[in-house]
Design a protein around this ligand. Structure first.
Ligand SMILES: Nc1nc2c(ncn2[C@@H]2O[C@H](COP(=O)(O)OP(=O)(O)O)[C@@H](O)[C@H]2O)c(=O)[nH]1
Ligand SMILES: [Mg+2]
Length: 355
């Protein structure tokens, strides 16, 4: 799962990125020019993994991961629709979801904070980017038609593109549209950025944290939102877990930034976790909610999906309760499932396959 942090310059994206990934990417008070995005892998902390690891005592314990990409900021003074550089856009299109970081702290180098206005601006820029892409596509379709190209697929694509353009022109992102299976197919090759799930981080400072309930409420009408004390969390990321949770408590933050983000991302994107266990490794994986045993198999390795025979399955909860796999079998909690089995959050799977 890949998530991109986007937002205006100076909203604190790199600060939030550092807080989440414990990296030390340069944070700039104000910086001109474009730089390569920062990329890091974030572990999805899950105490079930730790507990399973105690039972199996494996050589390796591996958490599920989320790849986080910190893009350089949008420049407000760019022309309309030019806020994202072309190279950034190519990369943004490969993300599974986006997080808009909006500034909710005062900064000597910047105008006063207007998080709602910032969010509105980001939304508009994303819509403009899709508008331009869809307009280009429509032009190409029309040119093709003049040359006599007009298969059923192309006609269907044209209708879909026109409908999307209509929505975008009314400031509606593609994610809010209900697309039929046919329409989905028609635009599959064109990654609309407004189709991607968008979450929001309201980046507050230590003093203001928790004091903007009206702003949070307004944002949450449309988006999954989380308030973050970015700089504060970044400073905490250098401390050990116990120390940092004491500081967090003072501010009324219940869980670490990473923990809160991964929970939010899983919920917004509809991901669940399943596990594989054994003496070699205990490992957590992400799969889309609604995914089948076959999807789970292909998440692990394409060979497992190709040669899929069946999935041996039991639940993590039962395993922790019984204390061992032996206990699972004795209590009749061990199941064999076929490729269409819908994976549940917390399932422990062993894929039987043959290549
Ligand atoms: N007071 C305060 N300053 C912050 C906070 N988050 C970021 N900053 C400052 O805002 C400036 C821009 O931050 P940066 O992370 O580089 O923003 P980016 O351009 O979005 O990546 C830096 O000077 C940060 O120290 C915060 O929560 N509180
Ligand atoms: Mg930055």
């Amino acid at each position: 799962m890949r998530i991109g942090l986007i937002g205006l310059q100076g909203s604190g994206k790199t600060t939030v990125f550092n807080a989440l990934t414990k990296m030390e990417a340069p944070v700039a008070p104000y910086r001109k020019g474009r730089v390569e995005p920062n990329i890091a892998v974030l572990r999805v902390l899950d105490e079930r993994v730790d507990r399973l690891s105690k039972i199996y005592n494996p050589r390796k314990t591996i958490y599920a991961t989320i790849e986080l990409v910190d893009f350089t900021g949008l420049a407000e003074n760019g022309g309309r629709g030019e806020s994202f550089s072309a190279t950034a856009m190519v990369s943004i299109k490969t993300m599974d979801a986006l997080i808009a970081v909006v500034r909710n702290f005062e900064d000597a180098y910047q105008d006063s904070a207007e998080p709602l206005k910032e969010l509105h601006y980001i939304g508009e820029e994303l819509i403009l980017s899709d508008l331009m892409m869809m307009e280009n596509l429509l032009e190409r379709i029309e040119t093709g038609r003049k040359r006599g190209q007009g298969t059923e697929d192309i006609i269907n694509q044209e209708q879909t593109v026109r409908r999307i353009l209509e929505a975008l022109n009314c400031n509606r992102p593609v994610r809010e549209m209900v697309l039929s299976h046919e329409e989905e197919k028609a635009i599959r090759g064109f990654q609309c950025v407004t189709k991607k799930p968008l979450m929001v981080i309201l980046n507050s400072d230590e003093k203001g944290y928790g004091k903007s309930p009206a702003v949070v409420a307004e944002i949450s009408k449309k988006y999954a939102v989380m308030e973050f004390a970015g700089k504060f969390e970044m400073e905490l990321s250098g401390l050990d877990d116990e120390e940092s949770s004491l500081f967090r408590e003072d501010l009324g933050i219940e869980e670490s930034a990473g923990r809160r983000l991964t929970t939010l991302a899983h919920a917004t994107l509809g991901y669940i976790s399943f596990f594989t266990v054994g003496p070699d490794e205990v490992r957590a994986w992400n799969v889309r909610d609604g995914g089948t045993a076959l999807d789970a198999a292909s998440t692990i390795h394409s060979d497992l999906a190709k040669g899929f025979i069946r999935a041996e399955c039991f639940s993590c909860e039962d395993c922790l309760r019984c204390g061992s796999e032996k206990g699972i079998r004795e209590n009749g909690l061990f199941r064999l499932e076929g490729k269409d089995y819908r994976v549940q959050d917390g399932d422990i799977l062993n894929i039987r396959f043959n290549v």
